[in-house]
Ligand binder design. Structure first.
Ligand SMILES: Cc1cc2nc3c(=O)[nH]c(=O)nc-3n(C[C@H](O)[C@H](O)[C@H](O)COP(=O)(O)OP(=O)(O)OC[C@H]3O[C@@H](n4cnc5c(N)ncnc54)[C@H](O)[C@@H]3O)c2cc1C
Length: 504
């Protein structure tokens, strides 16, 4: 007997599980098919810090959402509001005005409401003091429009999602890769072909199918084809299972491709990191405090503006800049003044590629940087730092450099206080930007811009939101906003379709 579900969701990350919760509000039988085994549950979402970019008018508005709170900290917390207008501006600015206007408007308008919905489902939130605030004059000052994260990061996010799914009777089936989609005689999508390892292929029928199987960042061949030469060599920050076959199955069926196919999110990633994500260290292999120091290549030369903006608005495009350097590696440098401000968890994680020395020359020799080149860079940089501006890491302080290229626009301080520290990094790819085109209800559009009946999508597999760059925390938020919309619409469509079938 062929199995039947009201809604099948393909992919068990944050977008897929958000879709499953929303579908379950509409229909009884919801199945999540996940390619990985349970030991790799959660896709890329597991590897995240659980940071959600949501909007709020005040700290008070977030208080009812906080499941982990410390009153003493709260008394000393300075959290500037982050409005839908600011979120919209950040999306437009980071994507150079290319983000899809309709989808982006929904993302920024529904972020806060979607967070409340996730909280009702059982997701637990906290303020990310450790990652998104600095202590200035006795206060914890948040910066960069990002404050809210899940308790226990991405690991907590997936645990809480799966608990919520189990509690509402959603079935999650691991080791169940979807290899194709099925259509009925009217052309409507009516199921999937699943190919569990070592077993016969299964046809599973469904009233509607939501695709949430991630991008193609873990597929070296597709990375080279779409991102360009050299990208096959990038380290993958998250799951090895996002290899693009579901995305390409939908394209083969007539879905419209959309978004920045030669673009991706990529960051500074520890040079000793394994080829794919590490389930224990997850996002600790990233190195995100570079705005406080300088970044050089193996010749000792700077190649980017470390202080162009808060880390949240530059980190996702700096992996690609590192990729362009000799051997695709770079070094983040700090001194005794800035080292205490580094994100502790990332810079002291086990096995981190860290070097320490009392002189710049010795540091260069230990780290494998050209010593003459580095000494010259540091001397020139130190001389270029504006002395009369006060350093403040919690605002864009305008303490930049004068007369050097590239300039450092904010947070420039001379590297002059030993010991000195170097951290070796390479390019870690997070996710790809190209994907399927959806309408506001998550319906997949065909090449004529018409909805493909029965087919919905959400998450990294959707294109059109991110181009060139990305505001930190927008991936999980977009996955939940559009996962919820897609799941709800899929559930409704499935119900109506069944009613019609019964009537005819
Ligand atoms: C290290 C790291 C840190 C990050 N930190 C953050 C953060 O703090 N905040 C933020 O907003 N974003 C962050 N991101 C980005 C974020 O992970 C993504 O935007 C988001 O998780 C995407 O969710 P998704 O559900 O679309 O994809 P995923 O979570 O990757 O889920 C896709 C799922 O589909 C499954 N799948 C793939 N192919 C098939 C198939 N054929 N059949 C069935 N299932 C299949 C995969 O196994 C996977 O489980 C981070 C990413 C990484 C890697």
């Amino acid at each position: 007997m062929t199995e039947y579900y009201d809604v099948i969701v393909v992919g068990g990350g944050n977008a897929g599980l958000s879709a499953a919760h929303a579908a379950r509000e509409q229909v009884d039988k919801v199945l999540v098919l996940e390619k990985a085994g349970s030991d790799w549950a959660g896709g890329n979402s597991y590897f995240t810090a659980g940071a959600f970019r949501t909007t709020f008018s005040s700290l008070e508005e977030l208080l009812p959402l906080l499941d982990e709170r410390d009153e003493a900290f709260l008394q000393r917390t300075a959290l500037p509001p982050y409005t839908p207008e600011q979120f919209l501006q950040d999306m437009q600015r980071t994507t150079k005005g290319r983000c899809d206007p309709e989808l982006t408007a929904i993302l920024v308008q529904e972020a806060a409401e979607t967070i409340r919905w996730l909280h009702q489902k059982g997701l637990r939130f906290r303020l990310m003091y450790d990652r998104q605030s600095f202590q200035v004059d006795g206060e914890f000052r948040f910066w960069g429009g990002l404050a809210l994260g899940t308790v226990n990061g991405g690991k907590g996010l997936i645990e809480q999602h799966l608990q919520a799914a189990a509690a509402s009777g959603i079935e999650v089936r691991f080791n169940s890769p979807v290899v194709d989609l099925e259509c009925d005689m009217t052309g409507a999508v009516c199921g999937v072909i699943c190919s569990p390892p070592g077993r016969e292929r299964q046809r599973i029928r469904a009233g509607a199918v939501v695709l949430a199987a991630g991008g193609f960042e873990a597929n070296p061949q597709l990375r080279t084809c779409y991102l360009g030469p050299g990208w096959d060599l990038a380290r993958v920050r998250g799951t090895p299972y996002n290899t693009g076959e579901v995305l390409f199955a939908a394209l083969a069926l007539g879905a419209q491709s959309y978004g920045h196919w030669s673009g991706c999110h990529s960051v500074a990633w520890d040079v000793a990191a394994p080829p794919h994500g590490d389930r224990f260290l997850t996002n600790l292999l990233t190195k995100q405090s570079y705005p406080l120091g300088i970044v050089v290549n193996s010749q000792g030369k700077r190649f980017l503006d470390e202080g162009a903006d808060f880390r949240n608005y530059t980190y996702a495009r700096y992996g690609a800049e590192i990729m362009k350097q000799p051997d695709g590696i770079a070094f983040q440098l700090f001194d005794a003044k800035t080292e205490p401000l580094l994100r502790k968890d990332e810079y002291t994680a086990p096995g981190v590629s860290r070097f320490e020395a009392l002189t710049i020359r010795e540091l260069a020799q230990k780290a494998g940087i050209d010593a003459d080149g580095l000494e010259e860079t540091v001397t020139t940089f130190n001389a270029a730092v504006m002395r009369d501006v006060k350093f403040n890491p919690a605002i864009k302080d305008g303490k930049g450099t004068v007369g050097i290229t590239p300039r450092k626009s904010n947070w420039a301080q001379p590297l002059d206080t030993p010991p000195y520290y170097a951290f070796a990094v390479t390019c870690g790819i997070t996710f790809t930007f190209g994907g399927l085109r959806i309408d506001p209800n998550g319906r997949v559009l065909d090449r004529l811009n018409l909805p493909m009946p029965g087919l919905y999508a959400a998450g990294e597999l959707v294109g059109g939101l991110f181009y060139h760059n990305y505001p930190g925390g927008a991936g999980l938020m977009a996955g939940s906003v559009f996962g919820r919309r897609a799941g709800r619409a899929a559930g409704q469509w499935s119900r109506e379709r069944r009613a019609l079938d019964r009537a005819s």
